[in-house]
Design a protein around this ligand. Structure first.
Ligand code: NAD
Length: 499
């Protein structure tokens, strides 16, 4: 039976009225499992009006009281952990264990944001001049909009919502139309946890909903995560409409393997980071760079051996290493890139199209693929494939290896595997990339640091979560105050100085 999803506005499920729907598929079977309403301009505007009205009261709550809502939400979400992970997995196609990780990484940012009483403290200068005190406070922007991708339907909405709400904003989320059920349920849990209705609204939709959010004057800030072309567009339109925006885009993450690295460890890391979640992670490793021919030969042999042991399975199969891709378009894109790579002269050492795949043939499955002898001019190197395809680019020296991620147009994550601290230190300082792992393949920082790529992986200057997110979700107001004892000097016509 096909479920009919709703929006979530004013603390309750609201059916769509536009008459437009998108299909939510089961990637294991290719079948439609739900219909998601696609909001009209008027529906988005109604959600914004509701959010704007609710925000005034919410911003008046003291930060500790707001934090308690987040703490209650954590307990409720934790109690539903298993069903949330299953629901997420059924719409996305990642394994249930990986879906649980998606939730966990999101909940960690809620934990961080629960520290909001401390995080919101401003600066204070006593007696900046005679009888004059100067202090700053951080005030919410009002309504913040979030537009999120399909590949982390719990984590990224929570990365955006938790700091926004903790700071006293209302938050209007436009989740991916491919897997909206978990974000909808999380919004319900926030209300069950005591969030006043309307402070967190979810509008489902596509491009029209996004354009409305980007141009409506009630939206003070926009958080976007998705592909680079859309990230750049959202950043440009939001900025032109006077909003602050932080927009995160695509990636091509390299893992450098130095000759002194533990090659088994590096090969395991490449397998997990390259093929986990079928490669549908913005921090997936898609390029392996062994340094020196000997390293390359040994590494490729280890990778081929391990790929042979990988199990592609239904997303609820506990023995599966990864499940299907999210949709038929993704499958076509990945298969297409395998043809492109071969035509460009890369050596397709393992062809995932030949793998043994589960299901009846209608699911969006493809096995793990490995290209060797990829060169920087090839499209399979330059473009984000976003699937279980790893490319090996052989480098003759450390300097040549360092140049690859540094000169690539994307700069999200990068890793180096080595036993040499001096090389690792040089690499971390010189590489032109936002997040770096040393013997760590997916260096997604913990919730109290910050997440953000460089170059065409991010537009805007503040990172997600960590203290940057508090800065993004608030405006600084600075007060210079003097009490009556200092008011007897008569008018002054020069700019105030503190003497
Ligand atoms: P996407 O760009 O297709 O969609 C992202 C969001 O934008 C969705 O909510 C979608 O409805 C909306 N959208 C799509 N096209 C639009 C348009 N033309 N105008 C306005 N809105 C539009 O991305 P996706 O396929 O859902 O996600 C995968 C991409 O996200 C990959 O490129 C991946 O690298 C990237 N990603 C980046 C990060 C990061 O932090 N840098 C994290 C996760 C995913």
């Amino acid at each position: 039976m096909v479920r009919e999803l709703t929006h979530f506005i004013g603390g309750k499920q609201v059916p769509g009225t536009s008459g437009e729907y998108g299909d939510v598929l089961d990637p294991n079977t290719g079948r439609v499992q739900a219909r998601v309403p696609l909001a009209s301009r008027e529906e988005v505007e109604a959600a914004l009006a509701d959010a704007e009205a609710a925000q005034r009261e919410w911003a008046g709550w003291n930060p500790q009281r707001r934090a308690r809502v987040l703490l209650r939400f954590l307990r409720l979400a934790d109690a539903e952990r298993d069903s949330l992970a299953r629901l997420l997995s059924s719409e996305h196609g990642k394994t249930i264990a990986d879906a649980d990780g998606d939730l966990q990484r999101g909940l960690e940012v809620v934990e961080f944001a629960a520290g909001i009483p401390h995080l919101l403290k401003g600066d204070f200068t006593d007696s900046a001049g005679t009888g004059i005190d100067v202090y700053s406070m951080r005030q919410p922007l009002g309504v913040i909009a979030g537009i999120t991708p399909f590949n982390f339907p719990a984590m990224i909405p929570l990365w955006q919502a938790a700091p926004a709400l903790a700071c006293g904003n209302a938050f209007v989320l436009k989740p991916s139309e491919r897997d909206p059920s978990v974000p909808l349920r999380l919004a319900e849990l926030f209300v069950e946890a005591g969030l006043p209705p309307g402070v967190l609204n979810v509008v489902n939709g596509d491009r029209l909903a996004v354009e409305t959010l980007l141009t409506d004057p009630r939206v003070g800030g926009v958080g976007f995560v998705g592909s680079t072309a859309v990230a750049e567009h959202v950043y440009t339109v939001a900025s032109a409409n006077g909003k602050r925006a932080q927009c995160f885009g695509g990636a091509k993450n390299h893992l450098i393997v130095m000759p002194d690295a533990d090659l088994d460890q590096a090969a395991d890391a490449l397998i997990g980071a390259g093929y986990g979640s079928a490669g549908e992670r913005c921090m997936a490793i898609s390029v392996a760079v062994p340094v020196g021919e000997e390293t390359a030969e040994a590494l490729v042999a280890k990778l081929v051996e391990r790929i042979g042991e990988l199990r592609v399975g239904l997303s609820d199969d506990p023995a599966a290493d990864f499940g299907p891709l999210v949709g038929a378009d993704a499958l076509e894109r990945v298969r297409g890139y395998l043809d492109v790579g071969v035509a460009e002269g890369a050596r397709l050492v393992v062809d995932g199209r030949q793998a043994e795949l589960p299901g009846n043939g209608d699911g969006f499955f493809v096995g793990a693929s490995l290209f060797d002898h990829v060169t920087p001019d090839m499209r399979v190197y330059r473009e984000e494939i976003f699937g279980p395809v790893l490319s090996v680019v052989r480098a003759a020296s450390y300097e040549e290896a360092l140049r690859l991620p540094t000169e690539h147009e994307y700069g999200n994550g990068v890793a180096i595997f080595t036993r040499d601290g001096d090389t690792a230190r040089d690499f971390t300082r010189r590489v032109n990339t936002g997040m770096v792992g040393v013997n760590v393949p997916i260096p997604v920082p913990v919730a109290y640091h910050g997440f953000g790529g460089w170059k065409r992986s991010a537009f805007g200057d503040l990172n997600q979560f960590g203290t940057d997110s508090i800065r993004f979700c608030t405006r600084t107001k600075t007060v210079t105050s003097r009490w009556p004892s200092g008011l007897r000097e008569g008018a002054s016509f020069v700019i105030p100085t503190m003497g």
